[in-house]
Design a protein around this ligand. Structure first.
Ligand code: ADP
Length: 652
């Protein structure tokens, strides 16, 4: 077995790989960017090498720097994790050229499966069912539009080089095709440097069911059961489980055989995943599934397979990379109970799931039987805009699906994330959603239930705010007395705290950007706080920092602070027409010119952040009075993009 491994990755997956490598007696070598100097994966490793500045393109994606670190540290093998260089043939070849074992498939297999169009052609030849559609070379818009018409709507446009749901657009009507194609190609070009697309029939009531496969270098291949990853948002997995609800042993064998055939056709070695789209209408059925793509690496959701099989997939990867045979035959692969994984993200379900960066002021996970938490961050760490904002994966295993979902929901509710916003509350509501629990779901489930799941704008939680105001008053007395000296403050030293009788005070606060007043009633030496008539919540937690109080209630974070009355508020002066960047990103396009008249809801600009495009729209009818950003420029969260003056008052 290898004596050392360099992990060419960061975050939770780097930590998870190290855990197994250490158990197997390997010396673990981390690489890190400047932004990750204090990261958990660096602390866990036996040694660590700086490979450049924060942007991945200058650090985690630079093959030469990683090979240099591997040689300097005399690493015998490199585990790429997922993402970054894990499916990069040039990297796999560079490892081999330098006498370092790449823990993954041979470059030829990565190449065979790397582009969706070629992979589909190869699968057709191997007799694996593929989704009907066009995956040829011709890319002119009129031709693709004709193909879409022939395939029949709805269709799905996919980037040939795609991954992570990027460059993908569903089109329902012929009239929408051109816009969708343009958007898909632009996103594909930006994300992958390759604008080519393919067109597929959109499977209605689709379930995403994937088979975990393993092949060794002796010609053996098996599958380790399926995972159901149908709960998705924007084609990205949110909750994954194993086994798939409604899966029969016979259908598992049929899909498993197709998956093994796919792996063999690609000359595969190591851990891989064959993703199928299944037609879930009327339940899973024989013949009702088609190959979508193969991921030639370990998956984010591999822990659910580990839970139901009791196997360590990373250990298998090392053993196979070292030339060993598969440890089990197909018939010996266990399937015990049910496992569900939730991806906990620093994102805001109330603001279209925008990534939410910043310092993790508090981060705590529950512990317990049948519960696994894989994370790469700890309290005090920063969620930066440079990398995927996943905080952790929570995995629950139990004897039944119901019990596993309960366990996961409970764990999510007992998780504390303060600072960045998280999707914990959203995930726990998903785990408890009746139709999902009943097995009545497909990949459209989340979009169809956003409101019930608490996604989208929610009313302020006044009880949480009152709880926070109380904490603010109790814990921030001194700080506040400095800031609010200009008005009658309840915590000025000489305000007659001890006076008998009832005294009412109004404390101006700002909660989630809303100006409110907390009312404090002093009676018999006791202060009772309320906000808009609501008393402090009994089931909330609050954490105070220097300038704010964060309240966590039912997985939802409410941030509040004392309000400084002397500050002028620009949003009021601009009459709601101030268009700000919702997050740190790059201005991709400005869709209007100065002086143009715009209608409420009209698209104004496109900002790209975390490889996703965000469209800014006009909040009022009016005229573009000012454009403060330029195409191609980086823009900070909250920065002014443009100003629209309302048509009613005819400008300034
Ligand atoms: P990516 O590589 O970008 O993740 P995939 O090809 O794996 O893209 O597809 C991502 C998701 O999109 C799938 O899990 C599924 O939910 C949906 N999807 C893909 N192809 C189809 C299809 N033909 N019909 C319906 N949904 C699809």
């Amino acid at each position: 077995m290898f004596k050392s491994v360099l992990i060419a990755n960061r975050g939770e997956i780097a930590c998870r790989i190290m855990r197994t490598a250490k158990r197997m007696g390997m010396r673990t070598i981390a690489v890190y960017s400047q932004a990750d100097a204090n990261a958990l994966h660096v602390k866990l490793a036996d040694e660590a090498h700086l490979i450049g500045p924060a942007p991945a393109a200058q650090s985690y994606l630079v093959i030469d720097k990683i090979i240099t670190a591997a040689k300097a540290s005399k690493a015998e093998c490199i585990h790429p994790g997922y993402g970054f260089l894990s499916e990069n043939t040039t990297f796999a070849k560079a490892c081999a050229d330098n006498g370092i074992v790449f823990v993954g498939p041979p470059p030829s297999a990565i190449e065979a499966m790397g582009l969706k169009d070629r992979a589909k052609a190869l699968m057709e030849k191997a007799g694996v069912p593929v989704v009907p559609g066009y995956h040829g070379d011709k890319q002119d818009a009129a031709f693709l539009k004709r193909k879409a018409y022939e395939i029949g709507y709805p269709v799905l446009i996919k980037a040939v080089a795609g991954g992570g749901g990027k460059g993908m657009r569903r089109v329902d009507k012929h009239a929408d095709f051109d816009d969708a194609l343009e958007g898909a190609m632009r996103e594909a070009q930006n994300s992958f440097g390759d604008a080519r697309v393919l067109i597929e029939k959109y499977v209605t009531a689709p379930r995403h069911i994937e088979m975990q496969v393993f092949a060794d270098s002796h010609g053996n291949a098996i599958h380790l059961n399926e995972r159901d990853c149908s709960l998705q948002r924007r084609h990205q997995k949110v909750i994954e489980e194993a086994p798939a609800p409604g899966m029969s042993a016979a259908l598992r064998a049929e899909m498993g055989a197709a998956a093994v055939a796919a792996a063999k056709a690609a000359g595969y070695v190591g851990a891989g995943t064959i993703e199928f789209i299944a037609d879930g209408a009327g339940g899973l059925k024989s013949g009702g599934f088609w190959f979508m793509e193969m991921n030639t690496r370990l998956q984010v959701e591999h822990p659910v397979t580990e839970a139901i099989t009791g196997l360590d997939l990373v250990e298998w990867q090392f053993r196979i990379a070292d030339g060993e045979k598969l440890p089990l035959a197909q018939a010996e692969v266990p399937l015990d109970g049910h496992a569900v994984e939730a991806r906990l993200y620093a994102e805001d379900p109330e603001r279209s799931f925008l990534p939410s960066t910043g310092k993790l002021i508090a981060l705590e996970f529950p512990r317990g039987e049948g519960l696994r938490v894989d994370t790469g961050v700890e309290a005090g760490d920063e969620v930066t805009p440079f990398y995927d904002p996943m905080i952790a994966k929570l995995i629950a295993h139990a004897s039944s699906r119901e019990a596993a979902l309960d366990r996961l929901a409970d764990a999510l509710e007992a998780t504390t994330v303060i600072g960045p916003r998280s999707n914990a509350g959203f995930l726990s509501r998903l785990c408890r959603a009746p139709d999902f629990r009943a097995g009545a779901f497909d990949t459209g489930f989340i979009d169809a239930h956003l409101a019930d799941l608490g996604a989208g704008p929610q009313p302020l939680d006044h009880e949480a705010i009152a709880f926070g105001a109380q904490a603010l008053i109790e814990r921030e007395r001194e700080l506040l007395s400095e800031r609010t000296a200009s008005y009658d403050s309840p915590w000025d030293a000489d305000d007659g705290f001890q006076l008998s009788g009832t005294r009412r005070l109004i404390v101006p606060i700002v909660a989630e950007g809303h100006k409110l007043n907390a009312e404090v009633v002093y009676e018999a030496g006791e202060a009772k706080v309320s906000v808009e008539g609501a008393a402090p919540a009994a089931d909330a937690t609050a954490i105070a920092t220097d300038d704010a109080v964060f309240v966590l209630r039912h997985g939802r974070q409410t941030r509040l602070a004392a309000r400084d009355l002397s500050l002028s508020e620009d949003s009021e002066a601009s009459g709601g027409g101030l268009i700000r960047a919702p997050m740190h990103g790059k201005v991709l396009a400005l869709l209007v010119e100065q002086g143009a008249s715009v209608a409420r809801g009209q698209r104004l600009a496109i900002i790209e952040a975390m490889k996703m495009e965000h469209t800014l729209t006009a909040s009022i009818d009016g005229t573009v009075a000012e454009i403060a950003a330029s195409v191609g420029a980086q823009i900070a969260e909250g920065a002014k993009v443009m100003v629209i003056t309302g048509s009613a008052n005819g400008g300034e």
